[in-house]
Design a binder for this molecule. Structure first.
Ligand SMILES: [Zn+2]
Length: 391
């Protein structure tokens, strides 16, 4: 993949934070690295003489983040938090907030402790398609180890405190110079360096290596299997608006990739294998509605009753989200995404586009395999997400 770093541009940066903004924007420009709010970055620097982590604030996108989008958090406090035997994610968020040196800055990313633990100035984290494609396959760990022998490979755990704690345990006796980066299985990749340029370049190089591996082992030829016909937009909009409880906007995808994907044999099993990186579940849910016949009402009803079963199987005291799907695959017709606005529906569609390609490629590596249903539920019903609902 293309390295977008330009020395002339970087030279205009007057501070560590300026440089951090610059290479964060570069990462954000490549949608094969991060999509819609995904990924995060940080820089360690001194603020008023105190060691401080400036980390991406929640609600900011890497592509457009500015200096004020970074949250200043006392580094020592974050490092102390990493050593706690346990901490709920809500308490972690309050602890991080309390350690902010500017109370008007946005809330720090939930990966702030992890960023603090990495003893380099610049830390870059993405959900690069090529990396998660290899990782999300039945031989994922083995293939990742083959492509990245010098990376620390971390088995999947829930993002937030559990992940930070795991990294703390895995690295407390580690010589950091012996590793080139960290790969979080089924989630993404971290690179780091004391130079912003090097940290960015390490990301580009690692992802390029993964892309080369896929090029050699998982080449896809998209074949148009059917002539696209029209969707009944009015019927779909009415039906899903009723199920969602608001007027839905819909995004219809009939691209060559969508065409090929929607024509697969055993579509139900094929397209029901979970998300590419955990946070996507908040946009797409774990599963789409898959329509192999024309009875849309019945299809939607079945989906919602299956969703309720899934909720009841894993829930303790959570509030159930609306059980209607966030996207639908109609066999030999289209992929349709839903949102409260055109923009929201387009975001779901973008994530689905990237997921479809990854699923097809991972199948060439032996079979696409994402996190378990239980782990998916834990993410979808994360206490931090639930807290927003309970407010
Ligand atoms: Zn992540």
């Amino acid at each position: 993949m293309k390295n977008l770093y330009k020395s002339e541009e970087a030279k205009k940066c007057k501070s560590d934070l300026d440089l951090r903004v610059y290479t964060s924007n570069l990462l954000g420009q490549s949608d094969e690295l991060v999509l819609h709010g995904g990924g995060n970055t940080s820089v360690k620097t001194k603020v008023d003489g105190e060691a401080t982590l400036l980390v991406k604030g929640s609600g900011w996108d890497l592509v457009s983040i500015k200096a004020e989008g970074f949250s200043p958090v006392k580094l020592d406090t974050l490092l102390e938090m990493a050593k706690l035997p346990e901490l709920s994610d809500s308490d972690m968020v309050s602890g991080q907030k309390a350690a902010m040196t500017d109370s008007l800055a946005p809330n720090p990313s939930v990966e702030a402790i992890l960023h603090a633990l990495i003893p380099y100035k610049f830390v870059d984290h993405t959900h690069a398609d090529a990396i998660v494609t290899i990782s999300n396959s039945v031989n994922g760990i083995a293939n990742i180890k083959k492509v990245f022998p010098k990376f620390l490979i971390v088995d999947y755990v829930m993002p937030g405190f559990i992940l930070a704690q795991k990294i703390y345990e895995m690295t407390k006796d580690l010589n950091w110079d012996s590793i080139e980066g960290i790969i979080l299985h089924n989630h993404g990749i971290f690179t780091f360096d004391n130079s912003a340029e090097e940290s960015y370049e390490k990301m580009i190089n690692a992802v390029t290596q993964a892309e080369v591996f896929l090029e050699q082992n998982a080449k896809i030829h998209l074949i148009n299997k059917y002539e696209p016909s029209e969707c009944d937009i009015v019927k779909i909009t009415n039906l899903f608006s009723k199920a969602k409880g608001y007027e839905v906007s819909i995004n219809i995808n009939q691209s060559p990739l969508a065409n090929y994907y929607a024509s697969q044999e055993n579509l139900r099993e094929f397209a029901s294998r979970g998300v590419l990186t955990p946070e996507h579940i908040l946009r797409t849910k774990r599963l789409p509605l898959i329509m192999e016949d024309t009875n849309l009402e019945r299809g939607l009803e079945n989906y919602m009753s299956e969703y309720k079963k899934y909720f009841n199987q894993f829930s303790t005291d959570e509030i159930m989200l609306n059980p209607a799907p966030n996207y639908m695959i109609i066999k030999n017709l289209a992929i349709i995404s839903f949102g409260k606005s055109k923009k929201e529906a387009a975001i779901v569609n973008d994530i689905v586009e990237h997921t479809m390609m990854a699923v097809l490629r991972a199948d060439k590596l032996g079979g696409y395999k994402s996190i378990s249903v239980e782990d998916s539920f834990a993410m979808e019903y994360w206490e931090l997400e639930q807290a927003k609902l309970k407010k």
